[in-house]
Design a protein around this ligand. Structure first.
Ligand SMILES: Cc1ncc(COP(=O)(O)O)c(C=O)c1O
Length: 379
């Protein structure tokens, strides 16, 4: 069926015990067994829980994958993915990842013998030259956070597969509503469900979605063995959020484009980073592999002082980390999400001190623009 129908129904059949139309929150740690080895499919809630199982079934369907696993956060999901590897394995990762992913790779996993190289994955020749004989995973974000660089997923998959490397895509920014990497031949999708999938800024979670049964068996083992699972209430919140993903994303998209056009025409704004604008250097690629452009954008104010004035002056837009909620959030990547990225690396990838990021919410767009207008007027 269509995306919205799947989002509302898959994994969410009426509760067999009561007919409840909403999947119950199975807030239980264990499940009573009739006799040794005889149970109803659930034994212990770290291993599996019906609310989490419903979410996992739903997310697998939305991404067009066979298997999904829900974790306690996006970072827990990415960490679990990397534990598919062993010491001595090598990962090629985008040079402009979410700062927390870079921190996990550089400050944690490196110490366990995993090797990482960083490449501008928007330039596939850079990726090709970063591959080594021990490379196992190519890990990308597209669009990147916050300068919205796009990687050609199908071309990256081809390059990876020629070398028997798995392509993993962090699809947090677009959500499966606008971009389905598995259909473009990626092997693995990860999400911070904290963002658009939940959509209401009231829970932290993550997911890994994939097709390969061998990898899925191992990931299921790791999910249980390491135990960073998404709890039943948080699973329920994401299930609730996903039901409105399509309508929310449509509105994020139209508000995002309207705000991007407004900013592009503003005399105090030097540059706008939004893949839906024809001025975006990869606008054509974005149109090819995404079915919308979403609500994330960034703009250049020219200096730290200007950024500070805007961020201090906004009233409707809330100064906060995170993204993908119904409310508009505004942030300063250099000192917030990307603070863990060394300053020279930030400069190289375009995260200047004057850069401001907006997660455009689904409020009335005129109100968002009026707020930005009065804040920019103070520069
Ligand atoms: C693109 C991206 N991936 C992963 C994460 C990490 O997710 P979480 O905060 O749920 O651990 C974030 C968080 O901001 C993100 O923006």
């Amino acid at each position: 069926m269509g995306f919205s129908t799947d989002a509302i129904h898959i994994g969410q059949e009426p509760d067999p015990a009561t007919g409840a139309i909403i999947v119950p929150i199975y807030q239980t740690s264990t499940f009573v067994q009739e006799e040794i080895g005889k149970h109803k499919g659930y034994e212990y809630a770290r291993t599996s829980n019906p609310t989490r199982a419903a979410l996992e079934k739903n997310l697998a369907a939305l991404e067009g994958g066979r298997h999904a696993f829900a974790f306690a956060s996006g970072m827990a999901a990415i960490n679990a993915l990397m534990t598919l590897l062993k010491a001595g394995d090598h990962v090629v990762a985008g040079h402009n990842l979410y700062g927390g992913s870079f921190r996990l790779f550089d400050k944690v996993l490196k110490d366990f013998g995993l090797e990482f190289s960083y490449a501008n994955t928007g330039r596939l020749e850079e990726v090709a030259s970063a591959f080594r004989p021990n490379t196992r995973i190519l890990f990308i974000e597209t669009p990147t956070n916050p300068v919205m660089e796009i990687t050609d997923i199908a071309a990256a998959a081809k390059l990876a597969h020629e070398r028997k490397v798995f392509l993993a895509v962090d699809n947090t920014f677009m959500s499966p509503y606008f971009q389905r990497p598995l259909e473009l031949a990626a092997d693995i999708v990860v999400h911070s469900t904290t963002k658009y999938l939940n959509g209401h800024s009231d829970g932290v979670g993550g997911a890994v979605i994939l097709n390969d049964s061998g990898l899925a068996d191992r990931l299921k083992f790791l999910q249980n063995a390491a135990g960073a699972i998404l709890g039943p209430f948080d699973s329920w919140l994401v299930l609730r959020g996903v039901k409105t993903l399509a309508v929310r994303m449509e509105r994020h998209d139209s508000n995002g484009l309207t705000v991007a056009r407004y900013l592009e025409g503003h005399s105090k704004v030097r540059k706008v980073f939004y893949p839906g604008l024809p001025s975006h250097p990869q606008h054509d690629l974005a149109r090819r592999q995404m079915t919308g452009f979403g609500g994330m954008l960034a703009f250049e104010t020219g200096s730290l002082e200007n950024a500070r004035i805007v961020l201090k002056s906004v009233r409707l837009c809330s100064l906060a980390e995170s993204l993908g909620g119904v409310e508009t959030l505004i942030s300063h990547p250099a000192t917030m999400a990307h603070a863990s990225v060394p300053s020279e690396d930030r400069q190289r990838i375009g995260i200047t001190d004057g850069l401001v990021r907006i997660s455009v919410g689904i409020e009335d767009v005129g109100d968002i623009i009026a707020d930005l207008d009065q804040a920019l007027a103070k520069i």
